[in-house]
Ligand binder design. Sequence first.
Ligand SMILES: Nc1nc2c(c(=O)[nH]1)N[C@H]1C(S)=C(S)[C@@H](COP(=O)(O)OP(=O)(O)OC[C@H]3O[C@@H](n4cnc5c(=O)[nH]c(N)nc54)[C@H](O)[C@@H]3O)O[C@H]1N2
Ligand SMILES: Nc1nc2c(c(=O)[nH]1)N[C@H]1C(S)=C(S)[C@@H](COP(=O)(O)OP(=O)(O)OC[C@H]3O[C@@H](n4cnc5c(=O)[nH]c(N)nc54)[C@H](O)[C@@H]3O)O[C@H]1N2
Ligand code: SF4
Ligand SMILES: [Mo]
Length: 737
Amino acid sequence: MTAELVRTPGNFGLGQVPERLKLDSITTMVCGYCSTGCGLQVHLKNGEAVNLTADPEYPVNLGMACPKGWEALTPLESSDRATTPLLRNRETGELEVVSWSRAMDEFVKQFQSVQERHGKHSIAFLSTGQMCTEEMALLGAVFKFGMGGLHCDSNTRQCMSTSHVAYKQSFGFDAPPFTYADFEESDCLIFIGANPCIAHPILWQRVLRNPHHPEIVVVDPRRTETAMNATLHLPIAPKSDLTLLYGLASALIQRDAVDKEFVATHTTGFDEFSRFVAEFTPERCCEFAQISCADFDRCVDLIATRKRVSFWWTMGVNQGHESTRTAQAIINLALMTGNIGRPGTGANSITGQCNAMGSRLYANVTSLFGGRDPSILENREQVASLLGIPLEVIPSQASWAYDQIVDGIESGAIRGLWVIATNTSHSWIHQDRFNDLVKKLDFLVVQDLYPNTETASRADLVLPAAGWGEKEGTLINSERRIGLVKKVRRAPGDCLSDFNIFRLVAQAWGCGELFREWTSPEAAFQVLKRLSAGRPCDITGVRNYRHLDEAGGIQWPFPESPILQTEATSGTRGDKRRLSPELNRGRRLFADGRFYTTDQRARFLFDPPRPVAEPVDAEYPFTLLTGRGTSAQWHTNTRTGKSELLKKLYPQHCYVEIHPDDACKLGIAPHGMVTVLSRRGQLKATAYVTPTVQQGQVFVPMHYEGVNRLTKASYDPHSRQPSYKHCAVRVERLELR
Ligand SMILES: Nc1nc2c(c(=O)[nH]1)N[C@H]1C(S)=C(S)[C@@H](COP(=O)(O)OP(=O)(O)OC[C@H]3O[C@@H](n4cnc5c(=O)[nH]c(N)nc54)[C@H](O)[C@@H]3O)O[C@H]1N2
Ligand SMILES: Nc1nc2c(c(=O)[nH]1)N[C@H]1C(S)=C(S)[C@@H](COP(=O)(O)OP(=O)(O)OC[C@H]3O[C@@H](n4cnc5c(=O)[nH]c(N)nc54)[C@H](O)[C@@H]3O)O[C@H]1N2
Ligand code: SF4
Ligand SMILES: [Mo]
C-alpha cells in the first residue's frame, strides 16, 4: 500500500471501506511521550483525529510505535480533564470553577502581592520537558524578562541535568553527539544504567536491526529485559559504576588500547587522567563492583578490539550521587579509544521526555536562550538585541536549582509557586517533605491536563491546559531531531494551550508588549531560530514548520547552508527519502574531531569516587532501586492511567521486586503483601519474587504514588540531579488478618 493510496480520502486501498471509517485525510506528527520521538500518522475525519498509526516513512521509528504511542489519543478523551480554571475557595477549601479573566486576575494579584511583600525573587516556577519548545521558551521569557522572576527549574533536573553538565564541561556545549543510525552501525553497544527494552522500546528495535552481529554489554544491577538480551551482563553493585569505569580505563591503558593520535590531537588532560586511574586495578574494581574478573576482562577486550564501540547511558547513571563524573568517565572511555565522531560510536546519553532536549537548549531556565551563560554581559546584550527587549530586564544571576527552590520554600524565600506540566508531589525525591512544604506557600498554581494529579489537588489555582495533539509546536528528540506536533483535536471546555496561557499571563501582568512578536508557536519558532544563530544548536536553516514536516524532522545543527538546504528540502517527503539517504539516516557530531571548547579539544574530567548518602545497615538492609516498570506506564501515570487498554498491560497495584532467597528468609510468598519502609516513609506493595534483582536489593517502579516517600534527598554536586536510585530500606511481611 503506497503512501499516496493511504492519503486518498476514504480509500485504504483495500476496496470498500465502511462509512464510519472513511477518512478525510491523514497527517503526520511526532509522539509526545518519550524522547525517542516516533513519527505518527494521524487519521482525520472532519478535521479531528479519530485514530493513529506509526509512520512507516519517519526516519526515527520506520513504522513502529510502542503501546503509549498507539494509545496517545485516549488520555485526551478522559472524563476527568480540567476544562475550566479552578480557584480554591479559602472558606470552604474547595476548588471552584472560575472564568479565565478571574483566574488571571487572581494569578497576578497573588503573585504580585507576594513580590511586593517578599521581593521580586520570591516567586518561582517548576516546569517540564514535556511541553513544546516554543511554550517553554515563552514561559522562560515571560517569567524572567516580564514578571521579574529569577528562580525556576524543571523536571529535566530530575532527569537530564547530569548529561547537560557532563557534556558542557567535557565538550564545551551540551551536545549529545549521536544519531539513531549508530544503533545499527555499531559492532559493540555498551548500555550503562539504561533499560531501553522498557524505556525506549523503539530504540531497542533499532538495535535489533543492526546487521553486524554486535556484542551488547549491559551494566545494570538488575537482570532487566535489556540485560537478558545482552551478550554480556555486568550485574554490578548499585552505584559502583564510577569505580568500574575507571578500572576499565586503567586496564585499556595497560593493554595499550589507547587511540594516541586522537587523544593527542583532539583532547586535553589525558596524562593526568592516566596517572589518576592507575590505582584502579582490575582486582580492586571487580571486588568493589562485585563482578567476576573474567567478565571484566571480556568487557575490556571488547572495547579494545571492536572497531565501532558505542556507549549509551540513561538514568542508572544520571540519577546518582556522583553522576556527572560517572557520565564523564563514560565520555573519557569513548575519547581515549577514539570512539567518537565515527559511525556506530559515541558517548551517548539517551534523553527521557519528548522535549528534554528542547528544555536544555531553549527553556531559558538554567542558561539564557541557546545555552548562553547569563553572567556574561555580551550574552545578555545579544539576547536583548535579538528579542528587542531592554538589557536591564535580563537577570545576570543563575537561577536556583529544583532542590534549592524547595529549600527556599522551607526558608520562606519562595512564597509563590507555579507548577507546569510536572507532578512534583509524586515525582520529587522525598515527596513527603515537599508535600509538607507546599502548605507554607502563599499561592500555588498548577497548570495541567487534569485537576486531580497529586500536585494539582493541592493547588490554590488550577489552569486547564490543552495537551499534545490539541496544540502545535516542536519537540527535540534524543538524536537532536526537531519534530512537529500538530493540533488534531479540539481541547475540551475552556482549556488553552500552554502557549496561550503564557500569553494571557503576560497580558494580565502588563508585560505583553515585550512579547508582541510571539503571536503563535510558529512565530515563536522564528524568534528561536534567530536566538540560535551562530550557536552550536544553530537552526537558522529550518525554514518553517512545513519544512520540518516535509523533511521528516531535522536534526540540529542546521545552519543556513546550501548543501544541507538541498538535502532536506528537495522533492516531496517520499522522494526526498530516496534522494538523500544520508540525511534520513541522520547526522552525528564531531566527525572532524573538533569540540565546542575554546581550544576545540574535549576534556578528560575525573574525581575520586565518594560514598553513597545512605548505605544499608542492619536496620535497613536492602538497597532500593527505582525506575521504569513497563512500556505501557508513563511516569506518575496521569496520562497512561486513563487508557483501559494500557491498564491491561501493567499491574494495577504497586509492587516490589525481591530476590527469592530474601523473600524466603522474610517469609514472603510470591504475590504476598509487604510493607517497604525507609527512614522517611513507607508503602504497601505486592511482592514479586524474582531473581532479576540481586540479593540485598529491591526494585519499585516509579509509577506508583508512594515510591518517593521512601527515597532519600541527595544530589550530585555538579548537576544537582537527585539520586533516585539509591537508599536503604527494610521489607516486612504484612500479616493478613
Ligand atoms: N515506558 C516508559 N518509558 C519511559 C519513561 C516512562 O516513564 N515509561 N520515562 C522516560 C524518561 S523521562 C526517562 S528519563 C527514561 C529513563 O530510561 P532508563 O534510564 O532506561 O530507565 P530507568 O528504569 O529509570 O533506569 C534504568 C536502569 O538503571 C538501573 N540502575 C539503577 N541503579 C543503577 C546503578 O547504580 N548503576 C547502573 N549501571 N544502573 C543502575 C535500573 O536497574 C534500571 O534498569 O525513560 C523514558 N521512557
Ligand atoms: N523514584 C523515582 N522518581 C523519579 C524517577 C525515578 O527513576 N525514580 N525519575 C525522574 C524522572 S527521569 C522524571 S523525567 C520525572 C517525571 O516526573 P513528572 O514530570 O512529575 O511526571 P509526569 O507524570 O510525566 O508529569 C507530567 C504532568 O504534566 C501533565 N501534562 C502532560 N502534558 C501536558 C501539557 O502539554 N501541558 C500541561 N500543562 N501539562 C501536561 C501530566 O498530566 C502530568 O501531570 O520523575 C522523576 N522521578
Ligand atoms: S517509543 Fe516513545 S516516542 Fe515512540 S511511540 Fe513509544 S512513547 Fe512514543
Ligand atoms: Mo526523565
